[in-house]
Structure formats: structure tokens, C-alpha cells
Design a protein around this ligand. Structure first.
Ligand code: FAD
Length: 537
């Protein structure tokens, strides 16, 4: 007699930040998940130290903001110094458009532990350490995934398999994806310090062609030094405490501070050409490799997770057809590549190739600092690619929708039941229909059965000048900052938000019915495409 094969909705391979967040999101959307990790625990190595506003918004969605933010140093800036150690540029973002500071300092091993601990409490997730993915078979109806443990190989059947298995991804290879990209390849020495002697709260970037160095503050008096290795320096020579202390002495007062870790890394800039084959997807470092100069490798992986999770859930429960899955690569790949390009550009500034390039860069930044729009662009980090798609699962059929559909909606503080709250906290856990105007109930009444079809939460949003509405919907907020009104040009309208907080459609009050029809057409198109991918619905 053969043993009954185990079933779950999604198997995720890799308990790095991408896999952990993806498993949380899938579980939050009600799916059963097996998360397989080949190691016996989450990572202990020195890795990411900078987490952005979009990632913290995802963590907020998971209900883990308190647990995560207690281990981060919230909001910090950067100073760029020339070889003579004079400052030539400052980046210090003060706005929190998406509800969180643009950059906060954290430690990847600490975040991973927090996520894994919280995941262990979720009933519909089985986290399996010491469990290695070895193979899969996608037969069009589902995927059989073979996992190796000390007890042998076991098979699990699922609707979808996601490889969040890092830069050397076996799943990327198994779907025939190739890594393409730039010729960039550099070796950097990473030294992590405990009990730093340096009280400076921002990052210092030493843009010295001889020895570029980035010195980043962390939570709880930790500090990271990243120093480019020279061509003749070997890993064995550099991963040495005496050598590390000699280098630290050149960049601050930490030469005698306790060293937590010394590690040499080779950084790459690469992108997989395909992110999906049939029912198998890749996400995070499995799909893209980014040098850390923009602090975006992990953050990009979390965005992949945020984008993919709700689509898998909607297909599995039958709200959307499998065609929506085509939008994953369409929406994510260009944006991820924009982040890689940003990192390469920042690397060019941080680690100039020679004195002439260093001088020209400094001159350009000094010029920018006296031209207010350019200064603002730099100091507010407007150079970071915006969370915006050019094509995908959204309707952009008029001027207003072309402006805001396919972008992440800002997260202002709104007033709810007399209290200021972050807007996402009232949007619910799935699609949301935000009805903005003095009479939100009248807008909501014209949505037909769209809320039921998408299982969307309907929320009234009053202009900042109004204290209350004559009637419903059940959840009403006041746009106290005026940001939602400004987005809509103060026009009464309904915004259809996807679960990842991107705008899928906007219906202005003069054509709500037309807007609903356009969304229904978009939903129908997801069923027309790839009908062969059966779901449990
Ligand atoms: C020095 C350094 C500094 C960085 N700084 C930043 C920063 O400031 N900000 C930022 O956003 N990013 C930064 N990054 C990048 C960031 O660390 C990575 O992008 C991030 O770890 C990728 O997460 P992931 O979950 O996609 O992959 P990984 O973290 O690589 O996780 C993949 C997991 O899959 C597991 N796995 C692999 N194969 C299998 C298999 N066959 N079966 C089961 N499990 C498997 C692995 O054991 C691993 O646990 C930095 C990286 C480095 C090295």
C-alpha cells in the first residue's frame, strides 16, 4: 500500500525574507502553506541592514509592525564624503508617503527570527527546516514537489510552487530561466560591530576611489562597515580580525569595538529572464541579484512576495482566473531592474573608478545642492524608482486613472471613530473600494455586485472639511491630511485598491457604471486566458 500523498495550496521553498513574508501573506489570505528550508534555522549571516517604507507597509499588513519595529532604528539619512572627508551631498528624507520612513536600519537575522517565530503560530502554515527541495513535476493540474529530509524524500501536491530559494536557486534552473545582466561583479568586505563608539545616527559614505567605504548605523548600538576589496586582496587575508581593525581605524572610532562578524561578499547585478513557468514561480534573489548600494535586494524580494501572494490566493479561491498570474512578471520585473540600475548608479557614486570621475561626481552633487528642486530630489530620495507599473492588472482608460492606476496608493493618517490611524489599518485584508466624497454611501450604492465578486471591503472616505456623513457605509474615515482628496483632484470617486495597496481602477462619480464594467471586463479576461490552470474553485 502506498502512503497517502500530502496536499497543501502552495509550497514555498526558502525561509529567507522573501519566503517568510510570502508564507505569512499566503496564510493571511487563507491558504495552506508548506515552507521548506534546507538549513536548520533562519540565517545567521550578516546581510541586509536597510529596510524601506514599502517593506514596512507589508509588515504592517501582516500585523507584525510592533514586533518588527522594536528591533529597528527608524528613519535615517546619508552623508557623502569625498577623499578629503568633506561632505558633498546629503540625503535625509523627511516625508513618509507610504506611512513609514523611507529607510530604517535593521538586522536581517533578527527580522527573519521574528518572522519565523510568528509563522510558527499560524495554523495553516507548516515551516519545515532541514528540508531540501529536490525536484518537482507540474502536470498542469497541480505540482508534485519532492522534499528531502533525514528520513528520505517525501512528495507534496499543491496548486503552486514558489522558489524563494535565493541567488543559487535550483527552482530557477528547473524552469529554464537564465540570469542576464550587467558585467558588474565586485568584492566587498563586511564588518559588523557591536557597541559602536560612533554616535553618528546617519550613514557615512566615503566616496574614495582608493578604498570606498559605507558606514551604516544599526539598532542597539550596532554598526556595519562595508569596504571595497582591492583586486590583489584575497578573502583569507581580509577576513582577518587584525586586518579588519586596521581598516576600521581609517573610517571612524570603532577600531577597538567588539567585532560581531567579518565576511567577504561578491556582489552581482543580474535578472532572471522568466519568473514563471506554468504553476511554478520564482521570487526574491532567485529572480534578481542586486548589489547592496541602494539597500534594495531584500526590499525588492518583499515587493515580489506582496505582488504574487494575493494573485495566487485569488486564483485558488476562484475570484480571478489564472490570467492574472501573467501580471506578476509584467509588473515586477521592470521595477526590480530599475532597482538594480539604481544600485549600480549609487555604486558609481560611492565607489568612483578614479580621481577624475570622483571629482566630476562631487561637482555635479554640489551644483544640485544649490538648485532647490534638484536638492529636494536628492535629499528626499526621489531618485528611488516609484512603486508604479506600466502594464498589469489595472485599468487606465482616462486621464485620472492613467495618473494613479498601477501606482501604490499613499498611506496617510486618516481619522477613524475619532482617532488618527494609518489608512491601511481600516482597509481590511483584501480588495478595498474607497468611496471618496461628501456622500460615500451614494457612491457605494452604484457599485453593483463588484464588492461581493471581489470580496472587497467598502470604505467611505470623507473630505477633510466634513465631520460626518448622513449615512453608511459601515466603515467611514476622514481624509484629515487631504492626501486622498488631492490624489483625486477633490472629485467624488471610488478607488479600487488591490490587496497589495496598488490602485486597480478609479471610477469618477459621473461614470461609476462604466468603471465597474471596465473592471468586470478585466476580471473576465483573467478567466479567458490559460483556462487549463484549474483551481480548487
Ligand atoms: C552584505 C549584504 C548587505 C545587504 N544589504 C541589504 C540591504 O541593506 N537591504 C536590502 O534590501 N538587501 C540587502 N542585501 C540583500 C539581501 O540580503 C538579499 O536580497 C535577501 O537575503 C534575499 O532574500 P531571499 O529570501 O530572496 O533569499 P535568501 O535570503 O538567499 O534566502 C533563500 C533561502 O532559501 C534556502 N534554500 C536554497 N535552496 C534551497 C533548497 N533546495 N531547499 C530548501 N531551501 C533552500 C536557503 O538556505 C535560504 O535560507 C544585502 C546582502 C548582502 C550580502
Amino acid at each position: 500500500m502506498t502512503a497517502a500523498i500530502e496536499h497543501c495550496d502552495v509550497v514555498v521553498v526558502g525561509a529567507g525574507p522573501t519566503g517568510l513574508v510570502l508564507a505569512h501573506l499566503l496564510s493571511r489570505y487563507g491558504l495552506s502553506v508548506v515552507l521548506a528550508e534546507q538549513n536548520d534555522s533562519t540565517v545567521g549571516e550578516a546581510r541586509a541592514v536597510s529596510i524601506d517604507d514599502e517593506s514596512l507597509r507589508i509588515i504592517q499588513f501582516l500585523g507584525l509592525s510592533d514586533a518588527v519595529t522594536q528591533d529597528i532604528a527608524s528613519g535615517y539619512g546619508s552623508e557623502y564624503l569625498g577623499p578629503d572627508r568633506t561632505r558633498f551631498a546629503t540625503v535625509r528624507p523627511s516625508r513618509s508617503e507610504y506611512g513609514w520612513p523611507k529607510r530604517s536600519a535593521f538586522r536581517q537575522p533578527v527580522l527573519e527570527r521574528t518572522l519565523a517565530r510568528a509563522l510558527a503560530e499560524r495554523e495553516n502554515v507548516s515551516v519545515r527546516f532541514n528540508t531540501r527541495y529536490v525536484a518537482h513535476e507540474d502536470d498542469g493540474e497541480g505540482v508534485k514537489v519532492s522534499l528531502q529530509t533525514v528520513h528520505g524524500v517525501t512528495d507534496i501536491r499543491c496548486y503552486f510552487l514558489v522558489g524563494a530559494d535565493g541567488g543559487r536557486s535550483a527552482i530557477r534552473k528547473s524552469i529554464g530561466a537564465e540570469l542576464a545582466g550587467s558585467s558588474f561583479e565586485e568584492r566587498w568586505l563586511i564588518v559588523d560591530i557591536d557597541d559602536t563608539r560612533d554616535p553618528f545616527r546617519d550613514t557615512r559614505v566615503f566616496c574614495d576611489p582608493q578604498r570606498p567605504c559605507v558606514n551604516l548605523p544599526g539598532p542597539n548600538r550596532t554598526r556595519r562597515y562595508e569596504m571595497r576589496m582591492l583586486p590583489h586582496e584575497s578573502v583569507a587575508e581580509m577576513e582577518n580580525e587584525m586586518r579588519a581593525r586596521e581598516l576600521l581605524a581609517q573610517f571612524g572610532p570603532d577600531a577597538d569595538a567588539p567585532i560581531n562578524r567579518i565576511c567577504a561578499y561578491t556582489f552581482h547585478a543580474r535578472m532572471a529572464d522568466i519568473w514563471r513557468k506554468g504553476r511554478v514561480f520564482i521570487a526574491g534573489d532567485a529572480a534578481h541579484l542586486t548589489p547592496p548600494f541602494a539597500g534594495q535586494g531584500m526590499n525588492t524580494g518583499l515587493r515580489d512576495a506582496g505582488n504574487l501572494a494575493w494573485k495566487l490566493a485569488a486564483v485558488i479561491d476562484g475570484r480571478l482566473g489564472a490570467g492574472v498570474l501573467d501580471s506578476y512578471q509584467k509588473e515586477r520585473r521592470d521595477h526590480a531592474w530599475a532597482m538594480v540600475r539604481l544600485a549600480l548608479t549609487m555604486g558609481f557614486v560611492m565607489a568612483p573608478r578614479g580621481r577624475m570621475q570622483a571629482r566630476l561626481t562631487r561637482a555635479a552633487f554640489r551644483l544640485a545642492s544649490v538648485i532647490p528642486p534638484l536638492r529636494d530630489w536628492l535629499s528626499q530620495m526621489r531618485f528611488k524608482p516609484r512603486p508604479r507599473f506600466t502594464s498589469g492588472f489595472f485599468v487606465a482608460d482616462n486621464l485620472l486613472s492613467q495618473k494613479i492606476c498601477g501606482t501604490m496608493i499613499p498611506q496617510p493618517v486618516v481619522e477613524h471613530e475619532g482617532q488618527p490611524v494609518r489608512m491601511d489599518d481600516v482597509l481590511g485584508g483584501g480588495f478595498a473600494l474607497l468611496c471618496y466624497g461628501p456622500e460615500p454611501a451614494a457612491l457605494a450604492a452604484r457599485l453593483g455586485d463588484l464588492p461581493e465578486r471581489l470580496q472587497a471591503c467598502v470604505i467611505g472616505c470623507l473630505p477633510r472639511t466634513l465631520a460626518f456623513a448622513a449615512e453608511g457605509p459601515d466603515v467611514i474615515v476622514r481624509d484629515q491630511s487631504g492626501e486622498i482628496g488631492a490624489l483625486l483632484g477633490e472629485r467624488p470617486a471610488v478607488i479600487l485598491l488591490r490587496p497589495d495597496r496598488y490602485v486597480a481602477a478609479v471610477f469618477t462619480d459621473d461614470d461609476i457604471a462604466g468603471g465597474v464594467v471596465a473592471v468586470e471586463r478585466m476580471i473576465a479576461a483573467t478567466f479567458a486566458a490559460q483556462e487549463s490552470l484549474a483551481s480548487r474553485a
